[in-house]
Every structure is written in structure tokens, then in C-alpha cells.
Design a protein around this ligand. Structure first.
Ligand SMILES: O=C(O)C(=O)C[C@]1(C(=O)O)C=C[C@@H](O)C=C1
Length: 295
């Protein structure tokens, strides 16, 4: 039968059949995730952002046809969020102080974790860290400290210094949001950049970044720090923030690649204690997709 002679009714019946197949597959996927939860054993930390990133990268790479990629991501984000919530009680603490920016962090959390996961609003990033450390929330959303022009962010009591104090037991950075951002549109504010923290290590996905806190003496320039990092064999992507406590300076730096806490390059970095006296890996994330991934 030529295509244009297929009736509207017939086409709609075909759509109903496809909807039922999609629905059946959703029910099957959900049952599989219940088995995944049992296989993981530890229900305390069900979140696996590395696996989520791999799923989205793979689907976007094989996508074809007219269905918009951003909608594909949104459907999967909704599904994964709902499936996190069936594995264990799952709540996300979000720093959302004030109008505007606070509301956009909530939107970012909703877009990423979906409508089922409960959000717990915190007034400060420090409260988010505490909620995750105390187990009141399974994960937390904190603002990514960002350099303004050539100046790195400088805060008196930044949330990230408490991650370094945790010595690998407490909350660590496990993801960066948005993982996929819609292309910028005139008049529409861009989503804020945030980090997700949880009490687990970040997974390796093949395209990752690692965050470290370096401790130095005073007056260590960014260039000197970068040179020390390079000499240890690490590839710096930049200094994100600095916190000065008298003679102790803490620097939050981003490293290209996945660097576990036991990596021998870290010992090399602090071997002479100059300029870096101490280093802690405070987590990392799968590199977010560039806007071209949606094209
Ligand atoms: O693979 C897992 O560990 C799952 O829990 C399944 C799943 C998914 O829906 O695919 C859900 C949540 C995780 O963060 C990652 C993936």
C-alpha cells in the first residue's frame, strides 16, 4: 500500500502499539534496576553518575532522526531519577538561597534528578555538605566556584575546604551539572554550574576531570602551582578557587582525567612539600557534553 493511502486511524493504532512496547520496556527496565540495587549490596549510596554519563553519551552517539536530542536526554534523566528513588530512599539537598539564582539551582536539580526525587532546600552550601555528611540527604547540589575573568573565586569559608578535611570518608564531588545544557537562547538565563556531592568515589568513564585541594604556604602564584602540578605528571585544567587562612592557602584545582586518591603522582606532588605541602582528591566527574553533542 502506498504510504499516503494509510489512514490516520491506522497510523494512530501503530503509535498505540509503539507506546505499549515502550511502556513494557520501561516496566522491564525498572525490574532490572531492582536487581541492580540488590547486586550493589550497599543501599546507602545507589547513585552512579559515571554510569549515567556513559548511558547518555552512548545514546546520543547512536541517535538519528528528527526526535530532539535534548528531549532524549530529558526522558532518560527523568527515568534514571525515578529509578534511583526505587532503589533506596533518595533525597537531594540543594543550596537555594535567595531569588533567581536559588530558583535556578532548584530547576537544575529537577532537570537532573526528575520529579520523583525529593529536594531538601538548604540556605548555605555548608548546610548541603552537612546534610550529605550526616546521611540526611543522599546527594547534594553545591555551586561550582568559578573564576571571574582572570581572578579565581576567593571565599572566606568555602564549602569545598570541608571536603578536603573529610580524608576520603565523607562527601566528595561525583558529578557536574548541567551534564548537557540546552544551547544558549537570547533572553534566557543560562543554567548555573553546580557540583553534585555524595559519600562515594567518582567513577572513571573515559572522559573525566578530577578535583583536588592543594595546601601551600602564602603567596604561591597560580603559575608556580601549575608548574608543580605539571612536574608531578598531572595535567591541570585550572585553579577554580582559593581560600587564604593566614599562612595556609588552600587551592581548589581541576585536573584533566580520572585520578584516584592512591595515584603515585600525588606523592610526587608533595615529595618536597614545596610549594604543595598537602594534596587531597575531593572527587571528580564525567566531563559534561559540549553543546555540539545536541546538534
Ligand atoms: O547501574 C546502576 O547502578 C543503576 O542503579 C541503574 C541506573 C539506571 O537507571 O540505568 C540508575 C541509577 C544510577 O545512578 C545509574 C544507573
Amino acid at each position: 500500500m502506498p504510504q499516503n493511502s494509510v489512514s490516520l486511524d491506522q497510523l494512530r493504532r501503530e503509535i498505540d502499539r509503539i507506546d505499549e512496547s515502550i511502556h513494557d520496556l520501561l516496566i522491564q527496565r525498572s525490574a532490572l534496576v531492582e536487581r541492580v540495587a540488590v547486586a550493589k549490596g550497599d543501599r546507602a549510596v545507589v547513585l552512579r553518575p559515571g554510569r549515567e554519563a556513559e548511558i547518555l553519551r552512548r545514546l546520543l552517539a547512536r541517535h538519528r532522526g528528527q526526535f530532539p536530542r535534548m528531549a532524549l536526554v530529558r526522558i532518560w534523566r527523568e527515568m534514571i531519577g525515578a529509578l534511583l528513588a526505587i532503589q533506596a530512599p533518595f533525597a537531594v539537598a540543594v543550596h537555594a538561597e535567595g531569588e533567581g539564582r536559588g530558583a535556578s539551582f532548584v530547576e537544575l536539580a529537577r532537570n537532573h534528578f526528575g520529579v520523583v526525587v525529593p529536594l531538601q532546600i538548604c540556605r548555605t552550601p555548608g548546610q548541603v555538605v552537612r546534610a550529605v555528611a550526616d546521611g540526611e540527604a543522599s546527594a547534594g547540589l553545591v555551586p561550582l566556584p568559578q573564576a571571574v575573568g582572570s581572578d579565581v573565586a576567593e571565599e572566606a569559608e568555602p564549602w569545598w575546604t570541608s571536603l578536603a578535611a573529610g580524608r576520603g570518608e565523607g562527601p566528595r564531588v561525583v558529578a557536574r551539572l548541567p551534564f548537557v545544557a540546552p544551547p544558549p537562547a537570547p533572553g534566557v538565563p543560562e543554567p548555573p554550574q553546580a557540583l553534585v556531592i555524595a559519600c562515594r568515589d567518582h567513577d572513571e568513564t573515559g572522559d573525566d576531570r578530577t578535583l583536588m585541594v592543594l595546601e601551600s604556604g602564602p603567596d604561591v602564584s597560580r603559575d608556580r602551582l601549575r608548574a608543580a602540578v605539571a612536574a608531578a605528571g598531572l595535567d591541570s585544567a585550572g585553579v577554580l578557587a582559593v581560600c587564604r587562612h593566614g599562612d595556609v592557602w588552600l587551592h581548589l584545582i581541576e585536573i584533566l582525567g580520572h585520578v584516584p586518591a592512591a595515584d603515585p603522582r600525588l606523592a610526587r606532588l608533595t615529595a618536597t612539600r614545596e610549594p604543595v605541602a598537602h594534596v587531597s582528591v575531593v572527587g571528580g566527574y564525567a566531563t559534561p557534553l559540549p553543546p555540539e553533542a545536541l546538534a
